[in-house]
Write a protein that binds this ligand. Structure first.
Ligand code: ADP
Ligand code: MG
Length: 623
């Protein structure tokens, strides 16, 4: 084309395209949901803008927020069109090839270590999956602020952009034309597309139409020539309804002179039912539907189901519906970027209109691993995002979400037959429990335990609730995980404090002289071996009226020892001499104690000082 401008793909994008094109990956279906998801995003964007500026939608067909798919069997083209926000020329250049997203290399790395190509959407490069099925792709796009352009590429290192002077004007939005490879001919079958939409895109909030054929019986006068029977008629695309009506009376009248022939008609057939699952009554939604919704929400189509979900309606001053999920796995970068970039992963809707998925005000950082959505009736629709962020009711929403989230997590433990909290259940209760729930909490803890600990540090208000969710190993946990409630149930008569010790590994701690006496006297001691635990214990002072005592620190009391006072006096000369010899720069005091058994002496940290382990952590700056 004479007016085409050529661009080279950014190097990483080019590499990604090579991987996709040469991939032996068999599940090529995923390209369709990526395109539909992009179309849906583009529609969300224009709808959001239209909240504050009605004119932006334009008029006529432009106001219809829909997705349209068409097949051209002869030319082997599948096209997917939306009336979303569209892309300017600059958008096309930036979004489709010249700027690599942060997920590009992360995705390629994942693929090299056996990751699944179907995760492509999670890494923000889903568009390129079109090259799983097409060898040539055109993207025609019209944005309100620019003319209509065509982006095209054979994924051979370059793409071209031209002002569109030959296609039909789109009005607004984007049409993607896939010139399918021979091996991908199945995507020219209507049934295949219908199945795929059912499978992957049923929760899309905009109607998805297919220009679908239908065989209908048509009666024609019997004296008419055979040749015209084969003709295909296309009904109008305007009203998207099947036109089959023929009045009975007319039929009856003309019957003797007519005969029936098959005719193919085309109609816009809607493929999804756009049910918003969160608006339905939770009692009527099946587990399977929740899991399916979760997968489409997070663009993860593996068969791992979420640990738990919570679907509820909040009433009162602030009304909203919410659906929260605990994902089956922690995202790869959950803690890497914890202190700077982590955003809330909830989608915010206001009266079914998608507003944003970067609304940090909905959940505290430590719960950013949760997925799901909030649909509020109270928040105003026609204000800017900035104004929404300051809206009073957000605080109430956040508070309720946290409460529900913690309940949901606790339920994972409550339903897990392996958990201490279930020890009092009768056998029949246990039998009726699902085997699938067995060991679930330990798995959850493995993935997200650190988040719970960060919560204890950050959220003073919910500290006790979070402490209930805490799990650890101890001198009595026998390789399993124990909870604080379990610890308390095992406390010895007269024991006032909860004992713990910190270090780098359980194996190292088991040899610690600090444990000698405690173990001998049958006290349980918690092992804290995660660097974050040291910080945790600076915030977690007590639980159920029991204080925490680091057994390597001053202040350890093991019940009454009548001989101790006597011993202290008789060794006073020695301890005084020793204190002098070490000088006050090195030690605060030298004391006779009953904390040891075989080891003659030990260095103890003062109550408010850093433990030896903390000193080590500070030196290596690990967290
Ligand atoms: P993601 O959707 O995660 O951002 P994609 O690779 O699927 O990543 O799409 C890249 C970008 O291209 C999108 O962020 C969007 O800006 C743009 N884009 C893709 N498809 C469309 C579309 N149908 N309408 C408007 N913009 C689109
Ligand atoms: Mg996308």
């Amino acid at each position: 084309r004479s007016n085409a401008e050529k661009f080279e793909f950014q190097a990483e994008v080019s590499r990604l395209l090579d991987i996709i094109i040469n991939s032996l990956y068999s599940n090529k279906d995923i390209f369709l949901r990526e395109l539909i998801s992009n179309a849906s995003d583009a529609l969300d964007k224009i709808r959001f803008l239209s909240l504050t500026n009605k004119d932006i939608l334009g008029e006529g067909d432009n106001t219809k927020l829909e997705i349209l798919m068409k097949l051209d069997k002869e030319k082997k083209i599948l096209s997917i069109r939306d009336r979303g926000i569209g892309m300017t020329k600059e958008d096309l250049i930036k979004n489709l090839g010249t700027i690599a997203k942060s997920g590009t290399s992360a995705f390629m790395e994942k693929m090299q270590t056996g990751g699944d190509l179907s995760l492509i959407g999670q890494f923000g490069v889903g568009f390129y999956s079109v090259y799983l099925v097409a060898d040539y792709v055109e993207v025609i796009s019209k944005h309100n602020d620019d003319k209509q352009y065509v982006w095209e590429s054979k994924a051979d290192g370059a793409f071209a952009i031209s002002e569109d002077t030959w296609n039909e004007p789109l009005g607004r939005g984007t049409e993607i034309r896939l010139h399918l490879r021979d091996e991908a001919k199945e995507y020219l079958e209507e049934d295949k597309l219908k199945d795929l939409v059912k499978k992957y895109s049923e929760f899309i909030n905009f109607p998805i139409y297919l220009w679908a054929s239908k065989e209908v019986d048509v009666e024609v006068p019997s004296d008419e020539k055979e040749s015209s029977d084969e003709e295909t008629s296309e009904t109008s695309s305007e009203d998207k309804e099947t036109e089959e009506e023929e009045t009975e009376e007319e039929d009856a009248e003309k019957k003797p002179k007519k005969k029936t022939v098959k005719e193919t008609t085309y109609n816009w057939e809607v493929l999804n039912d756009m049910k918003a699952i969160w608006l339905r009554n939770p009692k009527e939604v099946t587990d399977q539907e929740y899991s399916k919704f979760y997968h489409s929400l997070v663009k993860d189509f593996s068969d791992e189901n979420p640990f738990a979900w919570s679907h509820f309606t909040a009433e009162g001053d602030v009304e909203f519906k919410a659906l929260l999920f605990v994902p089956p796995k922690a995202p790869h970068d959950l803690y890497e970027s914890y202190y700077n970039t982590r955003k809330s992963n909830l989608k915010l809707y206001v009266r079914r209109v998608f507003i944003s998925d970067e609304f940090d005000e909905l959940l505290p950082k430590y719960l950013s691993f949760l997925r799901g959505l909030v649909d509020s009736d109270t928040l105003p629709l026609n204000v800017s995002r900035e104004m929404l962020q300051q809206h009073n009711s957000l605080k109430t929403i956040k508070k309720k979400l946290i409460r529900k989230a913690l309940d949901m997590i606790r339920r994972i433990a409550d339903e897990d037959p392996d958990e201490f909290s279930n020890k009092d259940k009768t056998d029949t209760e246990k039998e009726s429990e699902n085997d699938e729930k067995k060991g679930q909490y330990a798995k959850f803890w493995n993935e997200f335990g650190k988040s719970i600990k960060l919560g204890i540090i950050e959220d003073a208000h919910n500290r006790n609730r979070l402490a209930k969710l805490l799990r650890f190993e101890s001198t009595k946990s026998e390789g399993k995980l124990a909870s604080l409630d379990q610890y308390i149930s095992r406390m010895k008569p007269g024991q006032k404090d909860i004992f713990y010790i910190t270090g780098t590994s359980k194996e190292q701690l088991e040899k610690s002289p600090f444990l000698e006496r405690l173990t001998k006297k049958d006290y349980e001691v918690i092992f804290f071996t995660d660097p974050v635990d040291e910080y945790l214990m600076q915030y977690l002072m007590d639980y159920e009226d029991k204080k925490f005592q680091n057994v390597s620190k001053e202040g350890l009391k093991l019940g009454k020892d009548s001989k101790l006072k006597e011993l202290k006096e008789s060794f006073k000369e020695l301890t005084d001499w020793w204190k002098n010899a070490l000088s006050s720069e090195n030690v605060d005091s030298v004391k006779i104690s009953n904390r040891l058994d075989n080891t003659p002496c030990v260095v103890v940290t003062s109550k408010y000082g850093w433990s030896a382990n903390m000193e080590k952590i500070m030196q290596s700056q690990t967290l």
